[in-house]
Write a protein that binds this ligand. Structure first.
Ligand SMILES: Cc1cc2nc3c(=O)[nH]c(=O)nc-3n(C[C@H](O)[C@H](O)[C@H](O)COP(=O)(O)OP(=O)(O)OC[C@H]3O[C@@H](n4cnc5c(N)ncnc54)[C@H](O)[C@@H]3O)c2cc1C
Length: 498
């Protein structure tokens, strides 16, 4: 039997906190070391003057019942006690004179798409029917895949049969699917508006079906407040969290992880080390790349990553009551960033749905720009801070200009401007290349099962978005829960959730 008296967790992002909660619930003593001064990692918001700018949640899977993720969240945070906003639309696409609301209700979405593209009746029907059919489908998330043996697998089989029927949707990318449409507007706008054409079609089917069942909402107060709720649970369960404590190395003796060395020179010992920090840093810096195999190296070399973004956040002295909450806005006049990257689309979030993020009569607005060259931003910030600031300033002015032309009455009402680049995400969270969801949910990525252990290293686990292809908060929660299940099994303890 293995007994772990003390478990060290690196990283106080959503996943480190979730793992901490489940481990504490199961009687383990845990201590988190987090380099930033606040919890949440990428799940964050920040204040500028009277405004709060949100940097994460667009929709939280499992925000409401009935939903498998809801049941899981409920084990560590009381979502029922939180105010959640649900959206009728995924977003509203605008390109020139044409527009389309991507309604979360599949029947409404079908009618809206048919009104634009009657010639694509068959594909539209297939798409919206899949969203309808996917609602409340059972996915085996409650048990770590490492613990699914033949016996458990046979038991799960009848339950997962309906899910298996969607295999056609896993194996095709959004871009490939969108190419089946003949309508020029749908062909030109859908792939970009749905998170990126390289993703598996099932990713967007999942998002829309969850939104349609009102189980993918936004927690009022924003992402940091949400993370703080989980921190609160962790502390109540007796967990300990140390902020501004950057881990430099994982200490290894005789191929066993035995503790950590901090940047400030302190060492902390533990019977088990769990890294919930960025995967690349963990493997190649904290462990000096000593515990890898070809597969791990290839993952970090070949797998498609989620994009990174430049986010322009604006505090605006006006309301937007008559506007959609989210636009996929195709620009007549593109914006050039990173010297030669031409941006033709802005994703604009108008936080008119959360009054806590701005004073009365004012609104927080965020425009996300797809970035392609994270090195450009880190190099610029490291080598020429003035030029870096000037570039952020120029981009924000261009964004304000485009929003003014589109929404009207913006320019003179902007009170606060804040620009986050891939370098910002790296600075605050260490996230590799500023890619905020890790490995992308491509058709290939979807079939990957990344191990939580490293070859040749005992008493060590990795969890979080670099282990769970597709990243995101609910799968992060699952990863913290799953590692606890594995530890309990090794320790011959019954896994508890309360
Ligand atoms: C713009 C944006 C939009 C998003 N939208 C959504 C959404 O709508 N829905 C959704 O579910 N998800 C969304 N996500 C993704 C989600 O935020 C992430 O996938 C998730 O938060 C990852 O959690 P994590 O704990 O694995 O990683 P992280 O949040 O990266 O946490 C890692 C933690 O480790 C710390 N750390 C790193 N290195 C060290 C070190 N050496 N020593 C100590 N601490 C260290 C970091 O500071 C950080 O706190 C979005 C993210 C962004 C940025």
């Amino acid at each position: 039997m293995i007994t772990y008296d003390k478990i060290i967790i690196i990283g106080g992002g959503l996943v480190g906190l979730s793992a901490g909660c489940y481990l504490q619930l199961n009687g383990y003593e845990t201590e988190i070391f987090e380099m930033h001064s606040v919890p949440g990692g990428l799940c964050t918001s920040w204040s500028r003057k009277d405004f709060t700018f949100d940097g994460c949640i667009h929709f939280l899977f499992g925000s409401n019942a009935p939903n498998q993720f809801f049941d899981m969240w409920q084990e560590i945070v009381d979502l029922k006690a939180m105010d959640i906003v649900d959206f009728d639309e995924y977003s509203h696409i605008v390109k020139g004179d044409e527009s389309l609301s991507l309604y979360s209700d599949p029947a409404k979405l079908r009618d809206a798409m048919l009104a634009i593209a009657p010639e694509d009746k068959k594909v539209i029907g297939e798409f919206t029917q899949a969203i309808h059919d996917y609602c409340n489908i059972y996915v085996p998330i409650e048990i770590a895949h490492e613990l699914i043996d033949m016996k458990v697998g046979m038991k799960l089989l009848p339950k997962i049969k309906p899910f298996m029927k969607f295999n056609k949707m896993w194996n095709i990318s959004i871009e490939e699917f969108v190419n089946r449409f003949t309508n020029p507007f749908l062909r030109a706008t859908l792939a970009d508006s749905f998170e990126g054409g390289y993703m598996s079609l099932i990713s967007i089917i999942t998002s829309l079906s969850m939104m349609s069942t009102k189980t993918a909402g936004f927690p009022i107060g924003g992402s940091l407040k949400f993370a703080q709720k989980i921190e609160e649970s962790y502390l109540k369960l007796g967990g300990k969290i140390n902020y501004k404590q950057e881990v430099k190395k994982i200490l290894v003796e005789k191929d066993k992880a035995v503790g950590i060395l901090l940047e400030n020179g302190e060492t902390h010992k533990g019977d088990l080390v769990i890294s919930a920090a960025d995967g690349h840093t963990t493997i190649f810096n904290m462990l000096d790349g000593k515990f890898v195999n070809k597969k791990i190296k290839n993952n970090y070399k070949d797998l498609t990553l989620f994009r990174s973004i430049v986010q322009v956040s604006l505090g605006i002295n006006r309301t937007f009551n008559d506007q959609h909450h989210k636009y996929s806005l195709f620009l007549d006049k593109p914006i050039v960033i990173e010297e030669n990257n031409t941006i033709k689309r802005l994703e604009v979030l108008i936080y008119n749905f959360d009054p806590t993020l701005a004073p009365a009569g004012k609104t927080s607005v965020a425009a996300a720009i797809e970035a392609h060259n994270d090195e450009f931003w880190t190099n610029l910030r490291n080598t020429d801070r003035d030029k870096y600031r000037a570039e952020k300033d120029r981009i924000s002015k261009e964004v304000i200009d485009r929003l003014d032309a589109f929404l009207g009455d913006i320019k003179s009402k902007v009170e606060v401007v804040d620009v986050a680049t891939p370098a910002t995400y790296i600075r605050y969270t260490n996230v590799w290349k500023g890619r905020y969801m890790g490995f992308a949910l491509t058709p290939k990525g979807l079939t990957l099962r990344i191990k939580k252990t490293l070859p040749g290293l005992k008493n060590f686990y990795m969890i979080g978005q670099w282990i769970q292809v597709g990243g995101g908060l609910p799968t992060g929660l699952m990863s913290g829960r799953n590692v606890t299940q594995i530890i309990c099994k090794n320790d011959k303890r019954e896994f508890k959730t309360s």
